[in-house]
Design a protein around this ligand. Sequence first.
Ligand code: ADP
Ligand code: 5GP
Length: 192
Amino acid sequence: MGTGTPGKCIIVSAPSGAGKSTIVRYLLGCGLGLDFSISATNRPKRDHEQDGRDYFFITTAEFRQRIGAGAFVEWEEVYPGRYYGTLRAEIERIWANGRAPIFDVDVVGGLRLKEIFGEQALSIFVSPPTIEALEERLLLRGTETAETLRTRMDKAGQELAYSTRYDRILLNDDMQRACEEAHEVVNAFLSA
Ligand code: ADP
Ligand code: 5GP
């Protein structure tokens, strides 16, 4: 862990399918002192996912209640009717353990977290080589219906336009190279 870790955080954003979960998972295994900040969502759990590990899966009513209680640092209706939010309690828990939270959030949420945490945060935008590659990855991942694939692809074009507002743009063409580059920039940030 870097000596400069306290109070820092890492934001990873990208259009869905660009590879941010893959990169976040890799970074979590690098011994950098990072902990995944588990978001809350009202979307249905996928087969391989676990409640309390990948997300806190909650109902729409519970999500609304938590908004009202001020439990979120930021929240978004990322897709119509699908809410996702970063929990204040997660960040506090991770910092209290002397570690740095890593956020896997959508592009708008990422910019909002950067606005909130400023220099304490490193914001990384994971970019797919092309929009066609993005669609192919989503298809191969096998998690989308024709409808959710369309929604995600429709959104991707707008999301790519936000990339320049991030601290770093990470091209995910070759997965191994992208992971190594991510490791380098995060390590440098946490050590500073
Ligand atoms: P995200 O979290 O951004 O939605 P994932 O990390 O789930 O994206 O990646 C989407 C799919 O693309 C996964 O099946 C993943 O294994 C694959 N993938 C990630 N990076 C690459 C890459 N550089 N080349 C080819 N496939 C990739
Ligand atoms: P998925 O449904 O594929 O898990 O996630 C869909 C999108 O929601 C991804 O871009 C993911 O990064 C984003 N997301 C996950 N958690 C949060 C969160 O707490 N806040 C925001 N703004 N987006 C999130």
